[in-house]
Design a protein around this ligand. Structure first.
Ligand SMILES: Cc1cc2nc3c(=O)[nH]c(=O)nc-3n(C[C@H](O)[C@H](O)[C@H](O)COP(=O)(O)OP(=O)(O)OC[C@H]3O[C@@H](n4cnc5c(N)ncnc54)[C@H](O)[C@@H]3O)c2cc1C
Length: 345
């Protein structure tokens, strides 16, 4: 059951009010993650039998889009938390009972570090994280190059390659011996997400998790929801600029229509499913829209929008995130072709 629209509006207003602080300290320190927990939004990702509400996919992507429209830092942290929760939700009853109710309440945090299996360091030809099974159980060795909220999370869901070359998934306590959380990376944008590398030195995992149904995927509907929310935020600012400047009206209207069209496609995909090619095309469209809408907004805001601290410059920097985050090769190729003026597949 989705939360009432008026309550979602109140959450959106709180996230916007806290956004500047969240960009600095992250959603843990600013209180924006607590806003999500209090409103029951975290519980949407947790099955009812494990202390949540178990919302449907369309509700989840709609929630992510609203959060991203009002605070992309919070949305990134939420998306990684949600990816971890999905994998924990497929575990046995003992692990679910131990982990999920506290996650639904926002009393504990979790995150995910699996890009080494999909989009990071793949060209090196060696596994970034390896799993060995010995007489005393599993041991993990290596580095997760990207973990959002690493130093604010109690647990990490990670993926490794075992001695037979198979992918396997684990829940790791970030306080476990052998876990080293690196310093938060200073980035072009979203540094408040406290994204860092995590080293694993003979780490004994807290639990073995089932591999995701259908294999580990990247560029899923959550990433499209975040790009759509970012585009929406840019169109909101452009529409405000357009008031009293008729030359901007058709630009804001065209981009708003494109936002509506991507939102409708995303809703259809969440309700009825989408094949991998269609998903990559939709992600490419959402990425392109976020980039173009933010740059149109900066153009409308002129030099004032170029000054550090103006929302337009932040939106332009944040939109670049979609060029690199959870970006499958097909999407990267589409973006590169479009930038080079070549036909997009
Ligand atoms: C802000 C942010 C937060 C993120 N949070 C998470 C998270 O919480 N969890 C998670 O799992 N992931 C996360 N990611 C990871 C993300 O999804 C991608 O995996 C990541 O952006 C891939 O970039 P990379 O530099 O690791 O890629 P790599 O492929 O490792 O590229 C690194 C460098 O290697 C070189 N290179 C790349 N490909 C080739 C090639 N074919 N041949 C030769 N050289 C090559 C290039 O010089 C490149 O700069 C996050 C990313 C960002 C930006």
């Amino acid at each position: 059951m989705p939360i009432p629209a008026a309550q979602l509006d109140a959450v959106a207003a709180d996230l916007t009010r806290l956004a500047a602080e969240t960009a600095q300290t992250g959603p843990w320190g600013s209180g924006s993650f607590a806003v999500l927990a209090r409103a029951g939004l975290l519980a949407e990702w947790i099955p009812a039998e494990d202390g949540g509400h178990g919302a449907d996919e369309a509700t989840l992507v709609a929630t992510l889009t609203v959060v991203a429209r009002n605070c992309l830092t919070t949305a990134l942290v939420l998306s990684q938390w949600a990816a971890a929760c999905r994998l924990i939700s497929a575990a046995g009853p003992e692990i679910r009972r131990r982990e999920l109710p506290a996650l639904a309440r926002g009393d504990r945090f979790t995150t995910v570090g699996i890009s080494q299996l999909t989009t990071s360091r793949r060209h090196l030809g060696t596994a970034a994280v390896r799993a060995h099974r010995g007489p005393s159980g599993w041991r993990l060795e290596g580095q997760c190059p990207w973990v959002t909220g690493a130093d604010r999370s109690d647990t990490l869901v990670t993926g490794a390659i075992d001695d037979d070359g198979k992918q396997c998934f684990f829940l790791v306590a970030t306080s476990a011996p052998g876990v080293t959380v690196g310093p938060p990376l200073p980035m072009l944008a979203l540094s408040g997400s406290r994204t860092a590398a995590v080293g694993l030195d003979a780490v004994r995992p807290a639990a073995v998790l089932e591999p995701p149904a259908g294999g580990v995927r990247t560029g899923g509907l959550a990433t499209i929801a975040l790009a759509l929310g970012a585009a929406h935020a840019a169109v909101d600012l452009l529409t405000a600029e357009a008031s009293g400047r008729p030359v901007l009206d058709p630009i804001a209207a065209a981009l708003a229509a494109e936002v509506d069209s991507v939102a409708a496609d995303l809703h259809r995909a969440a309700v009825g499913g989408i094949d991998p090619d269609g998903r990559d095309r939709l992600r490419s469209a959402a990425t392109s829209l976020a980039l173009r809408a933010s740059q149109a907004t900066l153009t409308a805001c002129k030099g004032a929008g170029f000054i550090h601290g103006h929302p337009a410059e932040r939106l332009v920097r944040e939109a670049c995130f979609f060029l690199v985050w959870s970006c499958p090769q097909a999407v990267a190729t589409n973006v590169l072709c479009s930038l080079a003026g070549l036909p997009v597949g």
